[in-house]
Design a protein around this ligand. Structure first.
Ligand SMILES: Nc1nc2c(c(=O)[nH]1)N[C@H]1C(S)=C(S)[C@@H](COP(=O)(O)OP(=O)(O)OC[C@H]3O[C@@H](n4cnc5c(=O)[nH]c(N)nc54)[C@H](O)[C@@H]3O)O[C@H]1N2
Ligand SMILES: Nc1nc2c(c(=O)[nH]1)N[C@H]1C(S)=C(S)[C@@H](COP(=O)(O)OP(=O)(O)OC[C@H]3O[C@@H](n4cnc5c(=O)[nH]c(N)nc54)[C@H](O)[C@@H]3O)O[C@H]1N2
Ligand code: SF4
Ligand SMILES: [Mo]
Length: 743
């Protein structure tokens, strides 16, 4: 007997609603949920393989504990005993900074990953925090922090209404979008064109997205900040700036104009390998469009000037009056955001409140660069202690961060490591304890992170599609118990973690004059929360205190968990709307156009006008049926075009004697790899491309399918020293490499 169940897809940022077919406890099919208020039936090949991802026989079913050097299955009790016994002595002897925390990408795709890591960090008080953000979007957080005073205030292009989209270093036809949650991104781009809109793509590769565009500019990698600076320069020089209503929220415009004085189209053209006239046209078109949005992603962030490029994206949106207006780029308002407080000066955004021990990298958003994790473990300094124990949650930095071989060794030297991960893989194989979360069908879902980045305000929640199998533990309970074990409360009731958060949140809310529950009795409010589990009660709390919430009766029509559960396909909360000045939290209460750290970094960009390295540079690429490092174990998602090959342009191939399909050796600062070449004019001359997340050939893992076609780890070409200095983000694109054809 089969039945169907709804489940929001956690496999990328598009958050599509799926209708799963379930037989017994197995998911045997997945299709798009046509009634989903946001995704309206869209599904991609990854979502369609939900059952295969969920049912992968290599997923761990029970915790693993290392005894006599070997990882063996153990009970949950033994596993948490081992965690407490492993972590506490390190904290007590060396202090909390000796415990590193590594949070990987899937945390933004789970309820548990949103709700518990912040509690862990607050309780553990370690400054040794490393996340996937510093191999991804940290530059955007830093630029938002500096411009708007809030690192999480990220404007999102109004895809469904814009007349003109300038899309930079993103390939949503394969990635399905990032920092712009939009189920059916491809369809939305086609709709943009169908309504007469214009799409320009800037990418060194002629991607599927580029092929859909009206205009494709194959820029030289790493130079987008120069291109954007020249566009801003052109807007000033040709008097094309038109801030409209934004003008009253902005400060520092004259200083900005002066600071960009050197970046003429002629000056940047040779570095970008673009025509100066084309750059001027881009600026003019942006200014002339009735509405327009500049949107940039991985290719603009994971480069030496990532923060400057991210900043300039918003500068262009502001100078053309497109920030915070329909059809431009707007700030979403998610249902679990805090109730907006009145506009006014805020606390601002600080960078570098502390520094990493070995290289002195400044923290950004409370994080140290993931690139520095290996040295923080393996390097002794006069002051401070190395990281001796590690808590890794949903993270595989051995493949996703620079210089995996060094990190691999460093992890092997730790006193203790615990991984919360469904797989025994390149990273978790070093753990002393592996705590496996249940597969996604057995977990609830709500997109805490991606709803704050969605092109339409909406809210959806799906309960587990399948009950927890015997012997499984919900990821929320795993993380709650991990928090207790790490903070000296091993054995306490894990429900106490949620109760404490609820009590603290309500305690603050009733004292806050802007809260809908100001002055009420927190115990009474807590008693009114509904939900079957701790995470559900916390979701209810956030919804009710949020911008659309019922305020515990203050707004009777408002959102509650009960109301959301009564709408299994979600609740639409309307298109993105202008919100300024409310989101601004800068000290001035305005948008600070030329923040001091940005001004301080401009000389480095000016220097980049002159350095034009000879030789090949390498960029990454994503394949539709992939997801970073952990989906190569699903047969349905491998093979075909999803292969770890080196894309090389025919001209470069001819010059270097590279034949299609033959092996080439690629050498970078951190090491070398050998992979088959794929000769294609889909990549521009001078640029080669390798995807990331491969290299599944290390011993001691349990990835039986991935091991049959392991691929190579592109990040071994990096030595971890190349960072965007303001954000600590790794440079993963535009890295110099040498390439040799093998006989
Ligand atoms: N060269 C290069 N390197 C890159 C990139 C690039 O473009 N080029 N991209 C970077 C980017 S954008 C990112 S986000 C990072 C990603 O790098 P990571 O953060 O390491 O993320 P993933 O490889 O997606 O998965 C990490 C781990 O999560 C586990 N996992 C899967 N589902 C769950 C779950 O439900 N719960 C738990 N607890 N664990 C789960 C997987 O088994 C895997 O071990 O890689 C970065 N690395
Ligand atoms: N199928 C699939 N989907 C995914 C993922 C996946 O691994 N597979 N990963 C998810 C994650 S974690 C993220 S963060 C998102 C990322 O989402 P996107 O940012 O859309 O990711 P990519 O497909 O890597 O696109 C980046 C593009 O930048 C180009 N590029 C490289 N260097 C430069 C440069 O210097 N300048 C310019 N202008 N372009 C450059 C590359 O050629 C590439 O086409 O995707 C998510 N979705
Ligand atoms: S686009 Fe993303 S969220 Fe939608 S079905 Fe595919 S993987 Fe899942
Ligand atoms: Mo990412």
């Amino acid at each position: 007997m089969s039945r169907t169940a709804l489940r929001i897809c956690p496999l990328c940022e598009a958050t599509c609603g799926l209708t799963l077919t379930v037989e017994g406890t197995r998911v045997t099919g997945a299709r798009g949920d046509r009634d989903d208020v946001f995704s309206r039936g869209f599904i991609c090949p990854k979502g369609a393989s939900f059952g295969a991802v969920d049912g992968d026989p290599d997923r761990l079913r029970a915790p693993l504990v290392r005894t006599d050097g070997e990882l063996r299955e153990a009970s949950w009790e033994e596993a948490f005993d081992a965690v407490a016994a492993g972590l506490r002595p390190v904290v007590e002897r060396y202090g909390p900074d000796a415990v590193g925390v590594v949070l990987g990408n899937p945390n933004v795709h789970t309820v548990a990953g949103a709700l518990y890591p912040p509690v862990l960090l607050a309780a553990l008080r370690t400054r040794s925090l490393f996340t996937a953000s510093t191999v991804d979007q940290m530059p955007k957080h830093v630029s938002s922090g500096l411009l708007f005073g809030d690192a999480n205030a990220i404007p999102v292009p109004d895809l469904d209404h814009t007349d003109h989209l300038l899309l930079i270093g993103a390939n949503p036809l394969e990635s399905n979008g990032s920092l712009c949650t939009a189920p059916d991104f491809p369809g939305r781009l086609k709709a943009l064109k169908a309504r007469g809109g214009r799409l320009t793509v800037v990418d060194p590769r002629r991607t599927r997205t580029a092929r859909l565009a009206d205009r494709h500019l194959a820029i030289r990698p790493g130079t987008d900040a120069l291109l954007l600076a020249a566009m801003a320069h052109t807007l000033f020089a040709e008097d094309l700036t038109d801030l409209g209503d934004l003008a009253r929220h902005v400060q520092g415009l004259d200083e900005l104009r002066a600071a960009l004085g050197d970046f003429t189209p002629e000056a940047v053209a040779p570095a970008c390998d673009l025509d100066a006239g084309v750059i001027r046209t881009l600026a003019r078109d942006l200014a002339a469009a009735p509405t327009a949005a500049v949107y940039a992603r991985i290719g603009s962030c994971t480069v030496p000037h990532g923060t400057l490029a991210s900043w300039l994206v918003d500068v262009l949106n502001i100078l053309t009056g497109n920030l915070d207006r329909p059809g431009g780029a707007l700030f979403p308002q998610a249902a679990t955001d805090r109730t907006p407080r009145p506009a006014g000066p805020g606390r601002g955004f600080a960078l570098g409140r502390w520094h990493s021990r070995v290289s002195g990298h400044p923290e950004a958003k409370g994080e140290l660069p993931l690139s520095a994790l290996a040295e923080e473990i393996d390097t002794v300094t006069e002051e401070g202690t190395p990281v001796r124990a590690l808590i890794a949650v949903a993270a595989n930095p051995v493949l996703s961060a620079p210089d995996g071989d060094r990190l691999d060794k460093a992890l092997g030297s730790l006193d203790f490591m615990v991984s919360v991960d469904p797989y025994l893989n390149e990273t978790s194989r070093h753990a002393h304890v592996v705590l496996p979360p249940p597969p996604p069908a057995q977990s609830p879902h709500h997109d805490f992170a991606f709803n704050t980045l969605a092109v339409r305000n909406q809210v959806r929640y799906t309960r587990p599609a399948v009950p927890l199998e015997p012997g499984r533990m919900a990821e929320s309970e795993i993380l709650a118990r991990l928090i207790l074990a790490a903070t000296g409360m091993h054995g306490a009731d894990p429900g106490a973690v949620d109760t404490t958060v609820v009590d603290q949140t309500l305690g603050k809310a009733v004292r806050d004059e802007h809260s809908p529950v100001h002055g009420r009795d927190p115990r009474d409010l807590a008693a009114r929360l509904t939900g079957d589990t701790g995470p559900e009660r916390r979701l209810d709390l956030m919804l009710r205190l949020g911008p659309y919430g019922d305020g515990f009766g203050a707004r009777p029509d408002g959102l509650t968990l009960e109301k959301l559960l009564a709408h299994p396909h979600g609740i639409d909360l309307g298109p993105l709307r202008p919100r300024l000045p409310q989101p601004l939290k800068t000290r001035s209460g305005r948008i600070e156009m030329l923040p001091e750290p940005i001004a301080g970094d401009l000389p480095r960009l000016r220097a980049a006008l002159r350095d034009r390295p000879a030789g090949l540079v390498l960029v990454g690429r994503r394949h539709l049926r992939s997801n970073n490092s952990w989906m190569h174990n699903v047969p349905a998602l491998t093979g075909g075009s999803n292969r770890c090959t080196v894309h090389i342009h025919p001209e470069d191939a001819a010059r270097l004697g590279v034949r299609d399909g033959a092996a080439v050796r690629v050498k970078g600062a951190g090491g070398e790899v050998v992979a088959p070449a794929e000769v294609t004019d889909g990549v521009r001359p001078g640029v080669v491309s390798l995807p990331h997340g491969w290299g599944h050939d290390r011993p001691g893992t349990r990835l039986s399918h991935a091991a049959t076609d392991p691929g190579v780890n592109v990040n071994q070409l990096l030595d971890g020293s190349q960072l965007d200095p303001l954000s600590g983000n790794a440079v993963l694109n535009g890295i110099p490499v040498e390439l040799v054809a093998l006989p």
